[in-house]
Design a protein around this ligand. Sequence first.
Ligand code: ANZ
Ligand code: ZN
Length: 861
Amino acid sequence: MHQREYPFQAIESKWQRFWQEIDLYRAPERPDARKFYVLEMFPYPSGTDLHMGHLKNYTIGDVIARWALMQGYAVLHPMGWDAFGLPAENAAIQYGIHPRIWTERNIAAYRHHLQQLGVSYDWSREIATCWPEYYRWTQWLFLYLYRRGLAYRASEYVNFCPNCKTVLANEQVVEGKCERCKTPVVKRALEQWFFRITAYAERLLQDLEKLRGKWPDHIIRQQENWIGRSEGTEIHFPLQHRPDIRLPVFTTRADTLFGVTFVTIAPEHEIVDRLLDDMPADARQRVETYRAQAMQKSDIERAAVDRPKTGVPTGLYAVHPYTGEPVPIWIGDYVLVNYGTGIVMGVPAHDERDFVFARKYGLPIRPVVRPIDGNLPDPDRMDTAWTEKGVMEHSGPFSGLPSDEGIRRIQEDLRQRGLGGPAVSYRLRDWLVSRQRYWGAPIPVVHCPRCGVVPVPEEQLPVRLPEDIQNFLPTGRSPLEDVPEFIHTTCPACGHAARRDPDTMDTFVDSSWYFLRFIDPHNEHAIFDPEKVRSWMPVDQYIGGAEHATKHLIYARFITKVLYDGGLLAVDEPFTHLFTQGMVLKRFFWCPTCLRPVGEPNIHRQDDTLRHDACNTTVVERLEMMSKSRGNIVPVGPFLEAYGADVARIAILFAGPPEKDFEWTDAIVEGARNFLNRIWRRFTETAPQQCARIDPAQLQGAPRTLYTRLQRTIHQVRTDLERFRFNTAIAQLMTFLNEMYRFSDTDHPVMHHAWTVFVQLLAPFAPHLAEELWHRLGNTDSVFRQPYPVENPDYMREATVSIPVQVNGRVRATIEIPADADRAVVEQTARAHPNVQRYLAGKTVQKVVYVPGRLINFVVR
Ligand code: ANZ
Ligand code: ZN
């Protein structure tokens, strides 16, 4: 007796229970075999409705984890929740629900769905960053950095509303004004906490070499650009009126030094404060006004190349380190305070921004570099800067030198004279980790009027986030400021009244170390046991979204290096291999009048176009990432109810190469379902029995061919798995299933054997169905406790023949086909050949002539 459709409802829950009972996914405390740590980036539980797009990376991770399990690795495959963050607070504001309740509810939904999908997590290791057992150690980590001088407080310019007397998040500033009271927002220097990631800039850059070939190239490139190493020269310009004070500039073009006609300082540079006192009264007035204006612009606005460059003269002068000439000092907002030294030397003849600036303010333009076989540009006839390197002129002792040689000589000379030298600048900035928000890990320090900043003693951690809080409305200051029981405390050092730090940590701090906690999640005495971590780290395969390239993936590398330097870790890179999956897209309709997505129930057809019921506008079809806001999601719950987990998994995996985006369609789902149903039907029709080994030497004819094809299938699937080509691995299995349908002697031992192997090959992809069939083959243990099949290399070769492919009688390709291949296979193989495709493109095939084993000819027009 057999069914047409396989009964996934009964099967899936049954085997999920079984796996739980035999504790299949429990990772040992310390691996006793070769270990494999596979990790998917843990999610932010942002709602209760997961959609299929969410499931892709977990499905990929699960295939890898199950495959590793079958290869005999001790596997660590944990899951947890990146559970602090703003959306929880926004939900609190919007629905009046406490962030903790909202978050726990979402976690429950995520957990349920992932369990329904049958992902092989060791749930005994579940963590959530918002649980005090976890954030206690995030706080510990903060103090660890603090004690090493890697966490510090500094003034940072933040948005400030002078009327509301509060700082504002960038999102609260609308057109330069306070969102609430419309007062122009200014920049105020406010004390914030930073992690000194710049101290690791060079290592973060160098060690990318260790990851090359194992991480996607584009991620490595993004990190390189983000770190942004720039080699140049630092040059010191003494002040004319106070030669003991010097203005350091950073330049990549020291060869243009003799063309300097001004120096520009970033408006918020601290040195400006000192210079103000020395300025003539009118200049001071001007500078102060200009400064206030500059503070109202974002860095992006300021640095934009196409924006008019503005500035004001200070009335003060610096002295050129070679010519001794006075050089006017300007303040200009195209200079960014936090790059290089925050001061630039202006060389209008050779730098475009300086050129525009000089033209605008009537500053001299002095060319000092010429093309190798040309003359110096004529300053009166230039309409842009000449920015190439060349030969130096009018450059004192350096005249006549090529640019690069001149740069080296100037660097050496400056160094000897104590006026600068070679310098390296990084774009990477220190990591601002304090947030004036509620739903995060409190920063574990106390501010004491006598002792200053005092870390909370370790044994007093965690500094608990107070639960009883009503008002989350963002005011720019932390809601914790208004919780007296929290804020008022005593100084751990002197015992007098003191205040707790009201800020919480950036959630990227929480996620910068979670992969370590999974190894020892319940440790109450330490962040983790270094010995356990030594045995499991690094993460062998990390899987997640490419959007984390320059955030999480840099922070995690940084924290790993800090812990390595402190002797807590034996590795200085956390993730050996990284895989970034593509997105899941889905079509939807968009109304260009209402400017929003429109669901199919609200669309009608009129005059052959689809229109929005509400406004009768013709809707447009768009293909974009699944998301709630686009209304194009396929919710996980109903899908799993209708099709089951294995169909979901096969659909996701078969849709295309996993690193690419793919479009979710009904056809993909149907394809997946048909495949599993066909397996089920053939299996139940023929009722094979376990047959682990047969003697291939005894096989002849069709059984021998089947055996050979099985070896080839094993080989293909294995290599595809190694390369993350799950789609082609599944295609191989489909092809082999066809072979098993074609093979008529269903009681032949080779068939029993083929099924036994097939079920094992299938297991990482469709674990529930595979486990069911494995037991139906007569086994009692889990299929995941079997070694993954290995091909018999002696039986890989099949009798093949090569035949020419003709298009209109001319040979365009030669293809290799199995000797007994039928016409359909030959035709398909021929059509798939790139050269044949080229000759068929745009043509109509009128006839296909096949002379078996001889040739195939396409007659086209
Ligand atoms: C003089 C000069 C002459 C420059 C010339 C360029 C061409 P990268 O390669 O990105 O490191 N610069 C330095 N600090 C700056 C700051 N804080 N804000 C804005 N611009 C700054 O760029 C280095 C160049 O960018 C430096 O070299 C400096 O301009 C400018 F013919 O100095 B240059
Ligand atoms: Zn004190």
